[in-house]
Design a protein around this ligand. Structure first.
Ligand SMILES: [Fe+2]
Ligand SMILES: [Fe+2]
Length: 184
C-alpha cells in the first residue's frame, strides 16, 4: 500500500477522473470533510484521520457513470486495485446497504452513513440561504426535515438512522456539521 493514495492530490485526481458533475464532486468533498472532522473529534491518529477523509471523499466515485453498480464498481474496479484499505472499502460498501448487502458496523462505516445523506440535505438548505452555512440554525434544518416536499429525494429515514448509528441526537449531529461546513 503506497502512502500517496491518501494524499489530497491523488484523491482529488480520482474525483476529477470519474466525476464530471461539479455538484457531485462538491458532495464528495463535503462528506470527506464531515467524516474527517468526526475522526479528529474522536482523537483518531493522523493515519486514521486521512483514511476516514478518503472514504468520505470517495464514497460516490462511481455514482455518475455506473449508477446501477454503485458502489460495488468503485470498490472492486477502482479502489481495491488502487490499494485502499479494507476499512475504507467496507465503509463505502456499507453506505449503501440495500445495494451492497453490507450493513454499517465499524466506526467509520457508521459515521460515513451518518454524514452522507445529512450533508446532502444540509447543502440543499444552505442553497436557500444568502449566507449559506454561516449563521445557519439547527432549527431551520430540522424544520426543513419535516417539510417532506423540500429535498424530497433525501431519505429522512436514513438521516434518523445515521444519527442513531453514531449515538448522537440528530440536533447535535446537525449542529456539529454546521460548524464543519461553515468553514468552507
Ligand atoms: Fe452513494
Ligand atoms: Fe453520497
Amino acid at each position: 500500500m503506497s502512502d500517496n493514495i491518501y494524499s489530497s492530490d491523488y484523491v482529488e485526481s480520482l474525483l476529477q477522473k470519474y466525476i464530471q458533475n461539479e455538484a457531485l464532486r462538491h458532495h464528495a468533498r463535503m462528506v470527506g470533510k464531515a467524516v474527517k472532522a468526526y475522526a479528529t473529534s474522536l482523537n483518531l491518529d493522523e493515519d486514521m484521520v486521512s483514511q476516514w477523509w478518503a472514504a468520505g471523499t470517495l464514497h460516490d466515485l462511481d455514482w455518475e457513470f455506473v449508477p446501477d453498480q454503485h458502489p460495488l464498481y468503485a470498490v472492486e474496479q477502482i479502489l481495491r486495485p488502487a490499494g485502499y484499505s479494507e476499512l475504507i472499502l467496507q465503509a463505502i460498501l456499507s453506505h449503501a446497504p440495500e445495494r451492497s448487502g453490507r450493513q454499517p458496523e465499524s466506526a467509520l462505516d457508521r459515521y460515513l452513513f451518518a454524514c452522507d445523506e445529512l450533508s446532502g440535505f444540509m447543502h440543499a438548505v444552505s442553497l436557500m440561504r444568502p449566507e449559506g452555512f454561516n449563521g445557519m440554525q439547527v432549527k431551520s434544518v430540522s424544520k426543513k426535515l419535516k417539510d417532506l416536499r423540500f429535498a424530497a429525494n433525501v431519505s429522512r429515514e436514513d438521516i434518523q438512522r445515521g444519527a442513531q448509528l453514531i449515538e448522537k441526537d440528530l440536533d447535535s449531529h446537525i449542529s456539529f456539521l454546521i460548524t464543519v461546513f461553515q468553514h468552507e
